[in-house]
Structures are given as structure tokens and as C-alpha cells.
Design a protein around this ligand. Structure first.
Ligand SMILES: O=c1[nH]c(=O)c2[nH]c(=O)[nH]c2[nH]1
Length: 305
């Protein structure tokens, strides 16, 4: 026997990736909301489920799943953020030993199929432009809400440079004043608690923030992806007073000018090889001056998904 002792560290449990599709069909013109919801619970009293297999306080992951689907019917899904808030409120009030948890959603967006120029009443095509994200974190009696987007793939074929970096014996990268810059943006914005309290038009905000991210990426003349990241965060925070901070992960999806000289061809930034790996991985947070930091909001929230 070795003299080793262990203790239970951070933990949470629940049902991941509940794919709930809600159709509003009060009229012939249907509306669709398509979510992937993960619900996970925390509580000091759950320790015995880990230490001794005592399930007396374990709200089954199956129950959590059923609640997601029942709430889609009973409460509808006004926005992913509001849906998660309702779930979090439910679990922490229905079961007094559940102290908090993390609820996450991805939203897949659909748009109406055009038939003779008109959007069809009940036929949809999946929108390819980014996946919406939301989280609700309940911890220490506080509720934190984030919105976000992932897989927002953008590219500019000019208006991007990278030069002035230090050189050593391992540096081969040539300085450039005109390159392709491409990335797949993951961004999450944390809402100020007082704005959450007052109520937020989460759907309108998502549309506006997505537009601001895209227009800033397009219009900033980039000296580095790091600089573009910061400007995108600044623009989002300037656009919406509800937002305290924005966290980004941006893989630099390198496009290298292909060497066509063996074939006697010039290549003035016309033909590129899109390399999928390795990729630069640029991450950063842009914070509203004066906003109260809330590190607990980000516990277990994936930055790069
Ligand atoms: O925008 C960039 N940032 C970097 O830090 C970097 N490093 C590199 O090799 N290329 C780039 N591009």
C-alpha cells in the first residue's frame, strides 16, 4: 500500500449536446430554432456521488435532457441565452442542493428557401455563416451570460501586411506588405450583469455584433492578425453597451504564394496554397474599461471550439 491520499477536485455533470429543434407552427408560416444544448450541474453535496456512488442527490442526466425538450415546448426558445437562463434558474431552484452549473448552446441558423423569389413557409436551407454560441454560468449565487460565434470564416485578399518582426537564425519568413489574411473567428462576449438583469434583445444584438465583426475585419488595414483582433473587439464593445468584454480565438489560416518560377511563370499574389496546418493561433480578450472582471463567468467555457 502506498501512502497516497486523494480528494475530489472541480467537477460538474450533465447531458451534452441535446439537439433540440423547435418549430413554431401557430400559422402556416413556420419558424425554426435549432439548438445543441449542454446542461451540467454543480453542488458541494454532490461529492458523495463521486466518492461513494450515492445517487440520492443526482439529478439524472436523463432528467436534464428531458427538461431541455420539455422547456422547448413550455417556454419556447426566444433566444439561446434566454433559454439557457430559464434552464439554469429551474435546476438551481427546483433542487436546493444544486448550487450552480454551466449551460451551453450552439445555434444552427436556417433561412427560408426562395421559391420564385419568395421565402417558403416551411422549407429551409442551413445558413453557412458562423454558428451562434451562448453560455449561462451560475456560480456563487451569480449568473453570468455570454453570447458568441464560432466558425465565422473570413478572408481578405489584400489590405494585410506582416513586417517588422525580430529575426534570428531560425527566421525565414519574408516580410510582406500585401498578403492574404484568413481566419475562422471564435468570439464570445460577456454581458454586463446589470444588462442581463434589465433584459437584452439577444437576437438583435447577435445580428448587429456579427455585422460589426465582419465589417471591422474588412475595413481595418491589418498590420497583424493581433491588431485586427483588437480592433474587432473594440468595435463590438463600442457598438453595444451591454457587453463587458470579448474573448477571441483566431487561427491564422495561412495562404502562401505558390512558387511558379520552375514553370517560368510569374505569380504576383494570384495563386496561393491554402495550408491547413500548422496555423498561427492568435487569442486575446478586449475589455471595456471600468467593467467589473468576472473570471468565474469563463470557468470551463471552451475558447477555441
Ligand atoms: O498576423 C500575424 N501575426 C503573427 O504573429 C504572425 N507570425 C507569423 O509567422 N505570421 C504572422 N501573422
Amino acid at each position: 500500500m502506498t501512502d497516497v491520499s486523494v480528494t475530489l477536485g472541480a467537477n460538474k455533470y450533465g447531458k451534452a449536446e441535446n439537439r433540440v429543434v423547435r418549430i413554431k407552427r401557430d400559422t402556416a408560416r413556420h419558424e425554426i430554432t435549432d439548438l445543441n444544448v449542454t446542461s451540467q450541474l454543480r453542488g458541494e453535496k454532490l461529492v458523495d456521488s463521486y466518492l461513494a456512488g450515492d445517487n440520492s442527490l443526482v439529478v439524472a442526466t436523463d432528467t436534464q435532457k428531458n427538461t431541455v425538450f420539455a422547456f422547448a415546448k413550455e417556454h419556447g426558445i426566444a433566444s439561446p441565452e434566454e433559454f439557457l437562463l430559464t434552464l439554469g434558474e429551474h435546476f438551481t431552484s427546483e433542487f436546493e442542493w444544486i448550487e450552480g452549473g454551466l449551460w451551453q448552446a450552439e445555434q444552427y441558423e436556417w433561412e427560408r428557401i426562395l421559391v420564385d423569389g419568395q421565402g417558403h413557409d416551411h422549407s429551409f436551407v442551413r445558413k453557412g455563416q458562423g454558428t451562434r454560441l451562448a453560455t449561462v454560468q451560475k456560480v456563487d449565487g451569480e449568473t453570468h451570460v455570454t453570447g458568441g460565434v464560432k466558425d465565422l470564416v473570413v478572408l481578405k485578399s489584400s489590405g494585410s501586411e506582416f513586417a517588422g518582426f525580430p529575426r534570428d537564425k531560425y527566421t525565414t519568413l519574408v516580410e510582406t506588405d500585401d498578403r492574404i489574411m484568413a481566419t475562422s473567428v471564435t468570439g464570445r462576449w460577456r454581458f454586463l450583469p446589470e444588462a442581463v438583469e434589465a433584459g437584452i434583445d439577444y437576437n438583435g444584438l447577435y445580428t448587429e455584433v456579427s455585422g460589426v465583426l465582419l465589417s471591422t475585419f474588412a475595413s481595418v488595414h491589418s498590420l497583424a492578425l493581433q491588431q485586427t483582433l483588437f480592433e474587432m473587439g473594440r468595435a463590438v464593445i463600442e457598438a453595444r453597451p451591454e457587453i463587458a468584454e470579448v474573448r477571441f480565438a483566431m487561427p491564422n489560416k495561412h495562404h502562401f504564394v505558390y512558387d511558379l518560377s520552375p514553370f517560368g511563370l510569374e505569380n504576383p499574389n494570384e495563386v496561393f496554397i491554402a495550408a491547413d496546418r500548422p496555423y498561427g493561433l492568435i487569442e486575446g480578450t478586449v475589455v471595456r474599461d471600468g467593467a467589473q472582471p468576472a473570471p468565474a463567468a469563463w470557468t470551463d467555457v471552451p475558447t477555441f471550439v
